[in-house]
Design a protein. Structure first.
Length: 104
């Protein structure tokens, strides 16, 4: 069984027991969060429910494991023959969650 869920503006394919890295959530570590924007739901007997825009009554329960920073992303800009080049970088703030249950 899996579901397509919208979390913090992005869509993720989630399954029970899997870990997902999402944008930083406003939740404490070891707390349980629920996501009710389930866009697609595939059950164990391969029955697919597609939402318009969301599947009614479906939700995903997840446990917040830790808050962390992602890998460094380097942004290099250059204009040829002008002597202009700059190097910037950033690290995204992420939250690691574990999918505990998919309710439908």
């Amino acid at each position: 069984m899996f579901a397509i869920v919208e979390i913090a503006g992005k869509q993720f394919k989630v399954e029970k027991g899997k870990y997902v890295y999402v944008n930083r959530l406003d939740a404490k570590e070891d707390s349980v969060v629920e996501f009710d924007k389930v866009l697609l739901l595939n059950t164990d007997d391969n029955k697919v429910s597609v939402g318009t825009p969301v599947v009614e009554g479906a939700k995903v329960e997840a446990k917040v494991l830790q808050h962390l920073k992602g890998n460094k992303v380097l942004v290099f800009k250059k204009k040829r023959r002008k002597g202009y080049q700059t190097l910037n970088g950033h690290r995204d703030f992420l939250t690691k969650i574990e999918i505990e249950n998919i309710v439908f």
